[in-house]
Design a protein around this ligand. Structure first.
Ligand SMILES: [Zn+2]
Length: 482
């Protein structure tokens, strides 16, 4: 992978090498999950230490931490291990993404550094909150194993949450969209990034080669995300709600269906409009492209290990390129798939365009008739965005009737000025679904809404919250990804 010297780096080029800089610090780090791989350590460069405070140019650990024998490396049972791993895994995810992206990102929080709180308390959760300026990890007891599970212990979970912060930095308007696709893409972005970051680790790579021999359709620990958290979720629910010993798995066969036609809940093999659930379709498609790249390399006689390593780098570049041309506001999976093809054509000479088209057509994210190519207009770069405003009308909105709503439209949607009825209908349909599903937090005038109120009893954040401005209700999107 090309290294851009302008990108601030918190990671040594060669972990554990000792390096040219004596400012490097060793940290506990598990790129995977404690239930499938033991923790190791990583050497981070550019770490600023003042007393117990640990930070870099872009990340700040909120927990105070003192080194042991000159290193931030602790026993996995030691509370300090979670803090060290959270800082290391955020730094690593950021570094891997920025190298592919080619430029440093600015957090949507408005602050120079993303705050990382490795143990915010008792809850089976982990999340990014823009208004709170950072990432928060929690702990909970597994009711079956009786272990206390810390979400900060998993490099995959930490990288997923860092993915929310990174995507919010690049495309803040995705957290102003009400349709299922942008929210689901937020989840998928975190999962894909976590998977690719973990594959950049030599131990993970070797394990995946051992598990797959290069056939990436076989189950492997990189495709399975958040194994420990997933197991605890299933133990807590008393049944298998995730589909296996993982939170989500990139190996799946989901095919696109209009999210508004899907049931609100179902067994693990049922696609629903809930963002984590619906994200599995995009992740599955992206993984299938990755799998196809590995396969192409194998047929060229490249070893399984080198094929996976090089497909990982290419998939990271592909992800970063796609984000440069991605819609700026509300979008559908089809819009994002055309952005992927557009960026592959312009930035990589269309090398993997046939593979991408094949996968996304078979998943029905793109029109699947072989004669029906994408229209030329689909592949033009959509530019700009426009904020659309409306007011909710109708009894079915209950107490939300009369509430102001808005969303940011992208590209072609934004350029069509006179589509008010169509846009309002789309918005009303999405908000009616969220209201029915209890995803909107109703408030009283002058009520102070603290971040803890933005979560439902089941730990999921509300999608929208009613704010009152001069006696007028206004629906605001909650900028939390979990
Ligand atoms: Zn998430």
């Amino acid at each position: 992978m090309q290294i851009n010297p302008k990108v601030p780096s918190a990671i040594a080029q060669s972990p554990g090498s000792g390096g040219q800089s004596n400012r490097g610090q060793n940290f506990s780090y598990n790129p995977q999950d404690g239930t499938v791989m033991s923790p190791d350590r990583v050497r981070l460069e550019g770490v600023e230490i003042v007393g117990t405070s640990v930070s870099s140019q872009q990340v700040r650990l909120k927990d105070g931490l003192l080194p042991v024998d000159g290193a931030y490396v602790y026993d996995p049972d030691d509370r300090r291990y979670y803090a060290a791993n959270a800082f290391a895994a955020v730094s690593k995810a950021l570094d891997v993404f920025q190298k592919a992206y080619g430029e440093p990102i600015q957090w949507a929080t408005g602050r120079a550094r993303l705050d990382v709180t490795s143990d915010a308390g008792k809850m089976l959760n982990a999340y990014y909150s823009r208004q709170d300026g950072g990432l928060f990890f929690w702990h909970e007891t597994d009711p079956r194993t009786k272990e206390v599970v810390y979400s900060a212990a998993s490099g995959e979970v930490v990288a997923h949450e860092a993915g929310h912060a990174i995507l919010d930095a690049i495309r803040p308007n995705y957290f102003s969209a009400w349709s299922p696709d942008p929210g689901a893409f937020h989840e998928s972005f975190g999962d894909v990034l976590a998977m690719l970051v973990s594959l950049k680790d030599e131990r993970v790579l070797e394990k995946v080669v051992e598990q797959t021999g290069g056939d990436m359709s076989r189950p492997n620990l990189a495709a399975a995300l958040g194994e420990q958290l997933g197991r605890t979720i299933n133990h807590t629910a008393g049944k298998n709600v995730t589909g296996g010993d993982y939170t989500r798995n990139a190996i799946n066969k989901f095919v696109w269906q209009d999210p508004n036609s899907l049931p609100e809940s179902g067994p693990p093999d049922q696609l629903t409009p809930e963002v984590h659930n619906f994200s599995r379709l995009w992740t599955g498609a992206y993984y299938e492209v990755f799998q196809g790249i590995v396969q192409q390399k194998l047929t060229q006689g490249i070893s399984a290990k080198d094929s996976i390593a090089s497909a990982t780098d290419e998939s990271l570049k592909m992800l970063a390129r796609m984000m440069k041309t991605a819609p700026e506001g509300d979008f559908t999976y089809k819009d994002m798939a055309t952005a992927l093809i557009r960026s592959e054509n312009s930035g990589n000479a269309g090398r993997y365009t046939p593979l991408i088209e094949k996968v996304f057509k078979s998943r029905k994210i793109l029109p699947d008739s072989s004669e029906q190519s994408l229209r030329a207009s689909d592949l033009e770069t959509p530019v700009g965005s426009r904020t659309f405003h409306g007011i909710l009308k109708g009894d079915h909105f209950g107490p939300l009737q009369g509430c102001k709503i808005s969303t940011v439209l992208s590209g072609f949607q934004a350029s069509v000025a006179d589509e008010s009825d169509y846009q309002l209908q789309r918005l009303e349909r999405d908000i009616a679904r969220l209201y029915r599903n209890g995803d909107i937090l109703l408030t009283e005038p002058n009520q102070v809404v603290t971040t803890d109120r933005l979560f439902k009893p089941n730990g999921e954040p509300y999608v929208g919250v009613v704010r009152w401005i001069d006696g007028q209700m206004s629906l605001e999107r909650v900028a939390i990804g979990h």
